[in-house]
Each structure stands twice: as structure tokens, then as C-alpha cells.
Design a protein around this ligand. Structure first.
Ligand code: OOB
Length: 542
């Protein structure tokens, strides 16, 4: 991880404080135990209850053999149990591996195998999918189900008693890895991101301050809580750090979320650009009469909402300009990554900055380099590859020594794969991307991962997956396929079915397929994705 001289500086400058997530929850429960921490539908959980539930669950998980340093894959939707589970694991020093609800057997199987997980905690049925069917993919990890266990171990039965809690062994130190977050990836299999208590809590505290969170803040989690944006920018952890309240939305659609903002007096929430548009359209089109297109009975009262954060993918200037007038709140752009670095526009920045930039870094010790293809700094103001290192940016992926040699520079800078330019005022503008990744409305797809699955289809000789510009999602995915000699060209539905049967998450399944006779190649003979993208752009225009 970080070399010792950097560790010393990060401690001396007060970024790394030695506090763990368990310390944080204990302090909050002691300071204001009776305040509401979490709202999940009709359920309200106080800080004291959350702490008590987390400790009793820690005892129960310890009882089934979960130990400090063990990995546990956690795939839970936005529910109160999510917090019980992660704070229980934090107390034990076991590492949650944060899967998304959209992940299926291909991803869950890989996470469990790669991390040698001892347990897989998921839900019963969510969005029409029975997560208990993932049990086989997760093996030999023990399946633990929140909700109806259907013959598996039930999470609800695991909460221990006060005696068990008293016997718990000591928890982790703050410089230990607290959890593994997922990378959007670009090459091969998804990479795992080890974040420590020290580094992550620094980003949480600093983010909460930048976003002016306090005990009166009410954060709505509309995106999945397990994503870095929702978790820590400032997210649910920022709200808990500030002694505020977290309101959980099961789904992010306007019909669910807008009434929730009104009912719970939400002050801040975070969305990806396509959702921002959907919410804007819903509010704009909502008549003051009952039964509009979103099924709302009247235009919701969003007066409590002070800040709408938008990030995860580039926000179009035209959409940015509508946020304030339509929702009556402040826009904040967020350009971050699970590997660390997060940039924010500040709440008191002028509109010119908020509407047209993706913010500036959290920390004075976030080091940024903007370089050309040969790692030489580009002239100030010009676009180049963004490299970064700092007090909350990882120095390497988990158990990925070979990949780390190219994903990081020799002196520890992370190669973000993003093309940015830095304005004279220090604010960043994201200009594009050099990594083989598709950003489908904030959901990241590693081209190589999908190609690998396409190659398992008997009629596919070779495949390349690239981004196609899309008016709504920003990008969708297109698979270029070279058919095996003599084979019948597969149709889009056939290929999609094949990938679904292989257990790939739905958002990774190509939106479009193009059958080609040959791939354009680069000077060194690699498939030229740039030319494939250009060919698509030409067909779209024509
Ligand atoms: C967030 O994290 P990840 O790990 O899902 O994705 C990171 C990548 C960045 O490298 C960049 O390519 C893209 O997502 N991205 C943006 C962006 N925010 C993220 N591209 C353009 N404009 C933006 N505002 O997506 C994430 C993590 C923490 C906070 C916010 C987002």
C-alpha cells in the first residue's frame, strides 16, 4: 500500500486519524443514540439501535466462523440490513466485498472465488430476481439471506445476545483494509479496490464538510448504497458521520423518489446524469392536477432539497442548466472513482464553474498529473491523461500484482484512464476516456470482460465491444462480431440470451451487435476500437 514516508505525512497532516468505522458508529451512538440514523420504508432505526444490531450481528457472524481478515461478499439492495451487515463486518475486521444488486452468477461467482469469501450475504427477491438462486455460484461461501431464507441461513436468525457481544475479540486497526470496492475495470476480470478505515474515513469526513452536512442533513440514497458515490461522496457514511439521517429508496425512479423527498424532507441526494434528466422531466411534466405520467398525485414539494449531486458520468451542460430552475436546488458536479480521487464543485462556486466543470479535488494533498501518451506533462490547460495519487487513492488493486505494474506509475500514481483538462482556476473538465470501458449512464462496463463471454458462443470467432453515443444514457454498448467460418451469424437476441445464460449482469449485455468480415487494426496489429467507434458514428450520422 502506501510507502511509510507517505503514511507519516498523511497522519501528520491529520488526514488519517486512527478512527475505524466501528469507532465512528460507537461515538455517534454515544453522542446521540436516540436520533434517527436510517429510514427504510416505515422502519426507523436510531443510532443506538443501529449500533446494537451491528454488534449483535457481529457476534452472530463470528458464531458461524467469520473472522478478522475474512472476506464476505455483500449484495444487498438499499435496506436497513445493509448497515447492520457492513458495520458488523467492520467491527469484526472482516472485509465486505461490495457487489451491486444487478450482479448475477458470473460476477458473484468470480467475487466469491477470487476473494475466497467465507460467506455471501444477499436478499431474497429484488426487482423480480431471486437472489437465492446465486447460492451455487457462490459456493463454497455460505449463503446468508436477508428476508425469506428459503432453506438457506437467514440473516434475521444470526443476531446474537449481549453475552455474545461481550465475548467478541478485538476489532481491526484503522490502517487495515476495511472493505473491497469494485472497479469499473477495462481489462480482463473486474479488479478489487482495497480501502482502509483511515483513508476512506478521511474522504468521508472531508466530503461531508465540502457538502456542508450536519445533524440536520437528510441524505436520500437513490443509487445503490454499495456504489462509492452513494456510500462516501459524502453518501450514507457522510450523513452518519455528520449525525444526520439516511433515507433509503429501493429504486431511483421519480415515482418512488420524489414523494420520498417530500415526505422525509430530504436535503441532499446523488444521481447519475440519465436519472437527473428523468427527474427533471418528471417534475417539469407534472401537472398540478392528480395522475401525471409518473403516477404522482400532484407536483411534489421539493422545497427541502438543497443539493442535487450529479456524477458517475459526464453531465451535459444543457441538463446542468435545468437543475436549479426546475428542482429549486443547488447543483453539485461530482467526478470520482472507487479507486480514490473525488472532485466536487463547491456549494458556493459561481454558476459558471458549477455548470461547466466537474469540480476540483477534495484534498490539498491530492496530486494530479495530466500527461500525454508518453507520460510527459501536457502544456497547462491542454487535455491529457489524468494520473493521481493522494491520501485516499489506492496504490494497487487487491492481489493483482501484474496488472498493478501498468495501472500505476512506478512512483505510485493511479492511471485513471480519463482524459481531462485543468483550467487556470484548478477546476477539471472531463474531456473523454482512454480506457476500454463503456460508461452506460454511470454503469461501467469493461469491454474485455464482455468480449470474453462473447467468445464462448460457438458462432463467434472474435469480438470487440465499444461505446456508441446515446442521447439518453450518454453511451450504450455495441459488440462487433467476427463469425466463425461456416457458422450462421448469430442474431442480437441469440447473443443476448447466451450472455444472460452465462450469468452476466444485464447492464453489461450489448445493446447492439454488428457482424463484420474483419476488424480494423492498429499499427501493432491490435483491434482498433477507435476505428470501430468512428465506423459506428458514421453509420449513425448517415
Ligand atoms: C464513480 O466511480 P466509478 O468507480 O464507478 O467510476 C469512475 C469513472 C471515472 O474514472 C470516470 O471515467 C467516470 O467514472 N466518471 C465521470 C464522472 N464521474 C465519474 N466521468 C465524467 N464526469 C463525471 N462527473 O463513478 C464515482 C465515484 C465517486 C463519486 C462519484 C462517482
Amino acid at each position: 500500500m502506501w510507502p511509510e514516508d507517505f503514511r507519516r505525512v498523511y497522519r501528520e497532516r491529520g488526514y488519517w486519524t486512527g478512527q475505524t468505522f466501528d469507532d465512528l458508529l460507537r461515538e455517534r451512538a454515544e453522542a446521540h443514540g436516540e436520533r434517527i440514523a436510517i429510514v427504510d420504508g416505515e422502519r426507523r432505526v436510531t443510532y443506538a439501535e443501529l449500533r446494537d444490531r451491528a454488534l449483535r450481528l457481529a457476534a452472530g457472524l463470528h458464531g458461524i466462523g467469520v473472522r478478522r481478515g475474512d472476506r464476505v461478499v455483500v449484495q444487498l439492495p438499499n435496506t436497513a440490513e445493509f448497515f447492520d451487515v457492513v458495520f458488523a463486518l467492520f467491527r469484526l475486521g472482516a472485509l465486505p466485498v461490495f457487489a451491486l444488486p444487478a450482479h448475477r452468477s458470473a460476477e458473484i461467482g468470480y467475487f466469491c472465488a477470487h476473494t475466497e469469501a467465507v460467506a455471501f450475504v444477499t436478499t431474497d427477491v429484488h426487482e423480480g430476481f431471486d437472489h437465492r438462486t446465486l447460492a451455487a455460484a457462490a459456493e463454497p461461501a455460505t449463503l446468508v439471506v436477508a428476508g425469506d431464507p428459503g432453506g438457506h441461513a437467514g440473516l434475521a436468525t444470526l443476531y446474537g445476545e449481549a453475552d455474545d457481544v461481550a465475548r467478541l475479540p478485538a476489532g481491526p486497526a484503522a490502517d487495515e483494509v476495511a472493505f473491497l470496492q469494485l472497479s469499473g475495470g477495462s481489462t480482463g476480470l473486474p479488479k478489487l479496490i482495497p480501502r482502509t478505515h483511515d483513508d476512506y474515513l478521511y474522504s468521508v469526513r472531508a466530503s461531508a464538510e465540502i457538502c456542508a452536512l450536519g445533524p440536520g442533513s437528510i441524505y436520500l440514497a437513490a443509487l445503490p448504497v454499495s456504489h462509492n458515490f452513494t456510500m462516501s461522496s459524502p453518501g450514507v457514511l457522510g450523513a452518519l458521520h455528520a449525525g444526520g439521517r439516511v433515507v433509503l429508496a429501493r429504486r431511483p425512479d421519480p415515482a418512488t423518489v420524489l414523494p420520498l423527498i417530500e415526505r422525509e424532507r430530504v436535503t441532499i441526494t446523488a444521481v447519475v446524469p440519465p436519472l437527473a434528466r428523468l427527474w427533471l422531466e418528471a417534475v417539469e411534466s407534472e401537472p398540478t392536477e392528480p395522475t401525471g405520467p409518473t403516477g404522482l398525485t400532484a407536483r411534489p414539494d421539493l422545497a427541502s432539497l438543497a443539493v442535487l449531486q450529479v456524477g458517475g458520468a459526464k453531465l451535459a451542460d444543457t441538463v446542468a442548466a435545468r437543475v436549479g430552475p426546475v428542482l429549486g436546488c443547488r447543483l453539485q458536479q461530482v467526478f470520482g472513482m472507487a479507486e480514490g480521487l473525488v472532485n466536487y464543485t463547491r456549494l458556493d462556486d459561481p454558476d459558471e464553474i458549477v455548470l461547466h466543470t466537474q469540480g476540483r479535488p477534495i484534498s490539498p494533498d491530492d496530486e494530479l498529473r495530466i500527461v500525454d501518451d508518453a507520460d510527459r506533462p501536457v502544456p497547462p490547460g491542454e487535455a491529457g491523461h489524468l494520473l493521481t495519487r493522494g491520501p485516499y487513492t489506492i496504490r494497487g488493486y487487491w492481489r493483482a500484482a501484474a496488472h498493478n505494474r501498468t495501472a500505476f506509475t512506478a512512483d505510485g500514481f493511479y492511471r485513471t484512464g480519463d482524459l481531462v483538462r485543468r483550467r487556470p482556476d484548478g477546476y477539471l473538465v472531463v474531456e473523454g476516456r482512454a480506457k476500454d470501458q463503456i460508461n452506460r449512464g454511470g454503469e461501467k462496463i469493461a469491454a474485455e470482460e464482455v468480449e470474453h463471454h462473447l467468445l464462448t458462443h460457438p458462432a463467434v470467432h472474435d469480438a470487440a465491444v465499444v461505446a456508441v453515443p446515446d442521447a439518453y444514457l450518454g453511451e450504450r454498448s455495441c459488440a462487433f462480431v467476427l463469425v466463425r467460418p461456416g457458422a450462421v451469424p448469430p442474431t442480437l437476441p441469440a447473443l443476448r440470451r447466451h450472455l444472460r445464460e452465462r450469468g452476466l449482469a444485464a447492464f453489461k449485455i450489448p445493446d447492439r451487435v454488428e457482424i463484420v468480415d474483419a476488424f480494423p487494426v492498429t499499427g501493432v496489429g491490435k483491434i482498433s476500437r477507435r476505428e470501430l467507434r468512428a465506423a459506428l458514428a458514421a453509420t449513425q450520422k448517415g
